[in-house]
Every structure is written in C-alpha cells, then in structure tokens.
Design a protein around this ligand. Sequence first.
Ligand SMILES: Cc1cc2nc3c(=O)[nH]c(=O)nc-3n(C[C@H](O)[C@H](O)[C@H](O)COP(=O)(O)OP(=O)(O)OC[C@H]3O[C@@H](n4cnc5c(N)ncnc54)[C@H](O)[C@@H]3O)c2cc1C
Length: 441
Amino acid sequence: MDQSYPFEEISPWVATPTDLRPPPDGDVRVDVVVVGGGYTGLSTALSLSAAGIDVAVLEQDFAGSGASGRNAGHLTPTIGKDLPTLLRLFGRDRARALVRFADDAVEYAEQTIDRLGIDCDYVATGNVLAGVHPKHERRLLKSAATAADLGAHVRFLSGEQMRERGLPPSFLFGVLEEKGGTLHPGRYVAGLRRAAIDAGVRLYERSPVVELVDCAPVRARTRRGTITADRAVLATNAYTSALGWKRRTVAPLRVSLFESEPLDERRLAELGWRNREGIYTSHEILESYRLTMRGTIVGGSKNVGYAFGGKLAAGYDRDAFRVIERAFRDRFADLGDVRIARFWSGWIGLTLDFLPVIGTTGRATNVHYGIGYAGHGVAQATLMGAMLGERVQGRAHPSEAALARKERAWPPEPARWLAAKALNGVLTAVDARTDRQIRRG
Ligand SMILES: Cc1cc2nc3c(=O)[nH]c(=O)nc-3n(C[C@H](O)[C@H](O)[C@H](O)COP(=O)(O)OP(=O)(O)OC[C@H]3O[C@@H](n4cnc5c(N)ncnc54)[C@H](O)[C@@H]3O)c2cc1C
C-alpha cells in the first residue's frame, strides 16, 4: 500500500497514556456500564458518579482514541446541515430550540473545562463560516439573517472586517459564530479522563466490548471479563453499528485532517490571524482551518468517505490527503513552502437529519444511547453526557426536548452505499467547480 503521505495512526493530539487502566479480569458488577471513552462516555460517567452511581467505562483502546482525540478542536454551536435547512425541516419553533440547544452545549463544555480546571488551550474567539468565492456572499447573508431570526449569536463580517481581524485574504467575508472558539481536543479528552478516574469511575482500557448482551441485567462481554449492570450506555458514536446496535440510525463517515509544520515568528506575523478564530468554508462539504498554540495550521475535512455496510473506512486515505493538501495550498498561497507534517483520519457519526439522537432501547429498555453529532460533537457530546446521566436516572434533562423527534432510518445496503456515493459525488463536483473558478480568478 502507498504510504507516501506522513500518517498518524490516531492523531498528533494524543498518545497512549502512561497510566493506561487495565482491562477487567473476570466478572464485575456495577450500576451502569458505559461503552466508549470519548467525550460522550466520559461526560456521562462524570455525571453519574457525581450522583453517587457506581459506573464502569469500557474503552477498546484508550480513552480519547476515537473522534474525541482526533478532531480539529472547533468548539462550535453549529447544528444540523445549515440553519436554512433546519428551518425548512423543522419549522421556526423547533429550529429556535435547536439553536438554543447548540448554544447550551457550548456553554456546558466551557463550564466543564472551567469546573474541572482542564488546561486545553481554549480560546473563546468564535468560529467564522467564510466565503471563498464572491458567489458565496448571498448564501452567507441569508444564513446570517436566518441565524439571527432563530436567536443564534452570529454576525456577518464584510471583507473589510475580515481584514481588520487579520483573517487570511482568501477568506473573503464570513459569518462569525460568536460563541465557542478552538481548543486542544486531546488535552480536553485527557482532562475528562483524569477527572473520571479521580471521581472513582472504573475505567477499563484496551477492553473492546465484543458483545453487549441484550438482557436484564445487561452484560458487556470483553475478551477477559464481563461487566454486568442494571443499565448500559452506548457512547460509541460512529462505532455503534460495528457493535451491532442502531445500525439504521447512524452512519460512520471518515474525515481526514492535516497539520502543517510550525510557522516561524516572521511567518506568523505576516499571516495575521491574531485572534485565532476557527475557520470553515461555505463549500457544500466544508474545509476547516485553525491556528494551534504550537504555531501550526490544522485543517482538512472537505473529503469524506463512507464504506459499504457501515464499516469504518480505512484510516489511510491517499485521495483525501491529496484533496485537503491542495485546498490548503489554494487558501494559503503565501505558505507554499510550508510542509505538511502529518495527516490522520477519524470517524464521525451521521444521522439522516444531521442531528444527534438520544434514546433508550433493548428488550428491557435498559440500553441508553447518545450518538450522531455530524462532526459537531466537541460541544454536543459533552452536553450529551449530562443528558444521558439524567436519562439513566429516569429523568429528562431540559435539553432533551429540543432533540425529541422520530428517528429517521438510513436505507439498507446497497441503497445506502449508492446514495452516499451519489450524494458525495454531486457535492464534491459542485465544490470542485467552485475551486476551479477561484483558481481561474
Ligand atoms: C477528523 C475529525 C474532525 C472533527 N472535528 C470536529 C470539530 O472541529 N468540532 C466538533 O465539534 N466536532 C468535530 N468532530 C466530531 C467530534 O470529534 C465527535 O462528534 C465527538 O468526538 C464524538 O464523541 P464521542 O465520545 O461520542 O465519540 P468518540 O470520541 O468516537 O468515542 C467513542 C469511543 O468508543 C470506543 N469504542 C468503539 N467501539 C467500542 C467497543 N466495541 N468497545 C469499547 N469501546 C469502543 C472508541 O474507541 C471511541 O474511543 C470531528 C471528528 C473527526 C473524526
């Protein structure tokens, strides 16, 4: 296999912890077993242990080795595909409630960082949805107007205002999401892991659940031991269907990122970008960029992959790496001699309506789940933990109402694969045309 692109198996944000927690040896009995040690699982475990509940988290590798340790670190109130689509699908009242949900998620994540004292380079300077072609202006103005009407904290930035902020010149104008900012995702998840361990959560790492047995009490079987519990929580997001649950609800999509080598002082000064706002583009399949505290640019997205049968597509994806590097060169033409130091990939969970789902399933209605953040889970998965904590205790968190709706089922294979391929093909072609137009000037 071609391995000519410098590739990280997980990401540059995380490394195997030196205090890796051992797998269960034999049978263990707890009140609640959580499968998955990312933001959702750890946040759920923290909220349950704060209520005095004995909770175990089973993680197949180490806590933070999934999307929570691989993402780009934009803490955003982005919700759904886009706000005009949200309005069309759900009407004004529900769309307003969803916007509030997304704001609450950002605030909850910020409070979590504060409360637990997590040092994760968080800068609350917002994120900009930027136009890269003059034709994007109309769409962004409409989007800003819809957002304001739905109660979102956004502001249109003209070209002049973008330049005043020092945002790189290929980002012509934009919509600033004022809430949120960027953080170091690896340090954030490591902070949650540390807090969970300190709170007495029984964390088992290198402990893949080979079967979650649908019975009461519920049993999570690993190779060497079984955790038996009154209730289970599926915090496995994109990996959920691989475990044999919620196959029609959430589809795993591979997303790839890169990190540049560090820019020296001179280059950073020339670049401007002094507030370090996160940036996404208003392509059909967005590009994302952010400036890290180590002076590197992390970016990518743009090219997503779906594998037949909802399998996790291979992490090393030459085509995606080529596409995201080319996009970086287009947007940052002045950095032509800055090398890309590494590429990596992770998997997001996508529902048909691009919104997360929270629910309860299983023959004994004792398996709870919170999944499907459509690539916006840094904030939403953190809040989901608090929501799942309440649900496990038989209560509804106030944020649940916004997400209440009938779950839409992805079509079965091969229709799903064909639909994903067709949709991806169309959106990629639209974006490629836009990029060609930009290059031609
Ligand atoms: C490349 C990339 C970029 C992204 N960028 C952003 C961004 O900038 N902003 C944003 O808001 N969101 C972003 N996201 C999305 C965000 O990272 C996710 O929504 C969020 O991390 C989901 O958290 P989670 O805990 O639900 O899932 P995960 O972090 O994926 O955790 C699930 C865990 O379950 C474990 N697991 C799976 N199966 C089993 C099993 N059988 N037994 C035991 N453990 C198991 C996995 O190892 C994994 O650690 C991005 C995602 C990717 C992949």
